[in-house]
Design a protein around this ligand. Structure first.
Ligand SMILES: CC(C)(COP(=O)(O)OP(=O)(O)OC[C@H]1O[C@@H](n2cnc3c(N)ncnc32)[C@H](O)[C@@H]1OP(=O)(O)O)[C@@H](O)C(=O)NCCC(=O)NCCS
Length: 394
């Protein structure tokens, strides 16, 4: 490159690069703070339900009581999905991964959205509600259908969290389980520019509609390095099996350079605030379910894993959100391959807020099509481009 030109900077994986301004979420890794629209996650988890969080993320403020009631009613009315979604799900092989199924089925919700693709924030807000309500129905329906059961129709008397558990299991959850699930949805709703959110924003920046952005985001979340970590936490707990095997397990794992799943985070340098909220929930859920093994294993693994890591690496490591969500969801009787879809049915609220910000926010810098560069490290033939050789002469 010409010496006079400014050299592009190669930032592999965009670590440490701010690619947009956002008013939605702040993650302060040093202090262990997670903030949605200015509010600490601890306060929101204690005082607000998932519907209120959706309103906060989408409308940039807390709702008044009547506004929340209207919003909640509107979500309840959008829970039913077109019948052909079930026909489609029934045609799929039962062993299909629920994240792949969700990603495929999400664009079918467009059938209930006559203004899709018509520019306007009101239209996108309608689509966001359609997605928040509909994705929960699809996820629960797939669990039923793959087990040769009929989908359960939504119950309009239940809130979003309780209704999801009802549609999943076919029986109404007890109040405490429903409350814990609601809090889990609140905790997973938003986390700034992680991989799937960036995916949603990148697709939205092309001015594609929100269903395309969300479908792509689900694909991103399905990766083992993103939404799949609590699945691997659960696999690890099952592999350990009993508390007396933890010391040997940790030693073998760390000596071979393995990772204790659910520990460590790219941003938090202290305990993830969500993990601190999930830990007592996991404990209580173990008591309710009558099987505390998974909580006890997690707790012991946390204490011993942190100590072993410090002894080996000379620095501390902390729990992330996936550490206790695994044992919490498992104690709720939720299958491990549904953990990532549960993440998605919560994170849809954050993705939708980001799509809206990407397409409609007036804040500088003005949203524009993401188009990063790449350093070309492929071939040239000497100083010039290669000459094309006809196929018969190669
Ligand atoms: C999340 C994660 C990628 C963050 O990584 P990071 O803070 O950037 O830390 P690094 O990957 O730079 O690792 C630093 C060192 O700590 C080690 N380390 C990090 N997390 C570890 C863990 N959970 N168990 C054991 N060792 C770990 C790394 O192997 C590395 O060792 P090295 O210096 O000898 O190479 C990493 O902690 C991890 O893979 N955790 C387990 C998976 C998980 O729970 N993911 C969900 C994240 S929400």
């Amino acid at each position: 490159m010409d010496d006079d030109c400014t050299l592009p900077v190669l930032n592999t994986g965009l670590r440490g690069v701010d690619v947009a301004s956002s008013k939605i979420c702040d993650v302060n890794g040093k202090e262990g703070k997670l903030i949605y629209r200015g509010f600490l996650i601890q306060d929101l988890a204690e005082k607000a339900g998932f519907e209120e969080i959706c309103f906060l993320l989408l409308y940039e403020r807390l709702p008044k009581k009547e506004e929340l009631d209207r919003f909640d009613q509107s979500l309840r009315q959008k829970r039913e999905v077109p019948e052909n979604v079930f026909t489609f799900l029934k045609a799929l092989p039962a062993d299909m991964n629920p994240m792949d199924v969700l990603q495929m089925a999400v664009p079918m919700l467009i059938q209930k959205d006559e203004n899709v693709g018509t520019p306007g924030i009101e239209n996108t807000l309608f689509s966001a509600e359609n997605l928040i309500a509909g994705m929960a129905t699809i996820t629960a329906a797939w669990e039923r259908i793959r087990n040769n059961k009929e989908p359960v129709a939504p119950d309009p008397s239940l809130n979003h969290a309780a209704n999801f558990l009802y549609m999943l299991k076919g029986e109404k959850p007890d109040d405490e389980s429903a409350h814990f699930f609601d809090t889990a949805l609140v905790l997973h709703a938003e986390h700034s520019f992680n991989a799937s959110t960036f995916t949603a924003r990148q697709v939205a920046s092309t001015r594609a509609h929100i269903y395309a952005a969300v479908s792509a985001a689900i694909g991103s979340l399905s990766g083992a390095l993103h939404g799949g970590a609590n699945v691997r936490v659960m696999e690890m707990l099952k592999e350990i099996g009993s508390v007396d095997k933890i010391d040997t397990y940790i030693k073998t794992l760390l000596d071979s350079g393995g990772l204790i799943m659910g520990l460590g985070h790219a941003v938090y340098q202290t305990d993830d605030p969500r993990a601190l909220i999930l830990e007592p929930m996991s404990k209580r859920m173990g008591e309710i379910s009558g099987d505390s093994l998974w909580y006890e294993l997690s707790r012991s693994l946390e204490i011993k894993g942190k100590a072993a890591f410090k002894a080996k690496k000379g620095r501390e490591i902390f729990c992330n959100v996936d550490f206790y969500s695994a044992s919490l969801f498992y104690a709720m009787g939720i299958k491990t391959d549904l953990f990532s879809p549960l993440f998605a049915i919560s994170r849809i609220s954050g993705w939708a807020a980001h799509v809206i910000e990407e397409q409609f926010a007036m804040a500088a810098p003005k949203p524009s099509l993401y188009r990063p560069g790449a350093e070309y490290v492929g071939d040239y033939c000497g100083p010039d481009e290669c000459s094309y050789v006809d196929i018969d002469e190669r």
